[in-house]
Write a protein that binds this ligand. Sequence first.
Ligand SMILES: Nc1ncnc2c1ncn2[C@@H]1O[C@H](COP(=O)(O)OP(=O)(O)OP(=O)(O)O)[C@@H](O)[C@H]1O
Ligand SMILES: [Mg+2]
Length: 296
Amino acid sequence: MIERRRRPRVRKATHVAAGLGLILVAGTARIPERSSTVVTVPVVLGLLLLATTHVLLTRELQRREHIERELHDANRELESFSYSVSHDLRAPLRSIDGFSRALVEDVGPALGPDALSHLDRIRAATQRMGQLIDDMIGLARVSRADLKRERVDVSDLVEQIVADLRQQSPARQVDVLIRPGMTATADAPLVRVAFQNLIENAWKFTSRRERATIDIGQSRDEEGVPAFYVGDNGAGFDPEYSDKLFGAFQRLHAATEFPGTGIGLATVQRIVHRHGGHVWAEGEPNQGACFYFTLG
Ligand SMILES: Nc1ncnc2c1ncn2[C@@H]1O[C@H](COP(=O)(O)OP(=O)(O)OP(=O)(O)O)[C@@H](O)[C@H]1O
Ligand SMILES: [Mg+2]
């Protein structure tokens, strides 16, 4: 905290010193009749102030570089930690699931209905935990993958995602509007993951609509930077929590109503940030939702 308060003061002092130094040097150059003392003293003082500024700025730069390096290393460590933890958790989980199944198969008929129901619940819980681990691995993978920018045919990519969803749930009646000709210069596999999550959400949260509509297109952010959007007329959400949605495992709807682990939007945000872009959401309860993102 002390460090935080001290920094703005140092920055202010640097600006004042640089300003004074410049005024003194520039002011002296304008003196028409130059006597040696009138000129030398302010010039020396000005140059001294400028030199001090230079030293202070160099130190600040070094300090920042050091912090950035430390932050980068800490992030890498955290990523590889969560990646290996996720991998190592799979083995014991497989054992729990496997032995529970073996128990049901071997002595199932001898067990009472209560014991069988407990075993069922153990297996359901391990499967849910397996899903959580898979999602965490997915999130870690998104952070570790190399980013390769190339030209991406976004409209085509989105068409494929929607075609897959239609194939998976042929009974759903969903009007999907996809603007033609959308392109981006981005990492194609990562952009696919981002759209996949957003479109799957739109698909899921419109499942209670008789006439579901999804609109995928392009607009601009407040500064005029091109942004993609995925909008729908589904369940929507309370806009007060629109920032929270991007945190890992944050959900605004009950799993019984709309299933999910709450990792999709965290993945989208990580992909967008890796591209130097930003993501935001608009929505109203029962009035649908719209998710926007830029790609830097
Ligand atoms: N299109 C949408 N309409 C309404 N609410 C949404 C929409 N998309 C996301 N949300 C809200 O944001 C929460 C987080 O979304 P996210 O995609 O991270 O998780 P999920 O879809 O619940 O689970 P997962 O994506 O991990 O399967 C959702 O649970 C929901 O409450
Ligand atoms: Mg989701």
